[in-house]
Design a protein around this ligand. Structure first.
Ligand code: FES
Length: 100
């Protein structure tokens, strides 16, 4: 069952943050309308999405350039064909939390 995890101070990162928990990696993204979380591993060959370029709510994988919708995890450009998982987030008491 998913639990809430305290990740980072809300003002502790600029646009992206990588979070490791129990051998799993998460990418935290700050967009203009809120904070979002996805799996950090690209669904193509597991490159870290938190190192990717963010353009208009999408993240480009740094390895081969697949594009993912940060809000939904949907894949928008090849070579990836599978979405990445997204996670519920909240900001509480000045900290970002994710439910995973
Ligand atoms: S590893 Fe991300 S597109 Fe290939």
């Amino acid at each position: 069952m998913a639990k809430w995890h305290k990740v980072v101070a809300e003002d502790g990162f600029k646009t992206t943050y990588c979070f490791f928990h129990r051998r799993k990696q998460f990418a935290i993204f700050r967009l203009e309308d809120g904070i979002y979380a996805t799996d950090n591993s690209c669904s193509h060959e597991y490159s870290p999405l938190c190192e990717g370029m963010i353009v208009e709510g999408d993240v480009y994988c740094p390895k081969h350039g697949s594009r993912f919708d940060i809000r939904t995890g949907a894949v928008k450009d090849f070579p990836a064909t599978r979405p990445v998982k997204t996670y519920e987030t909240k900001v509480e008491d000045g900290f970002v939390w994710i439910k995973a």
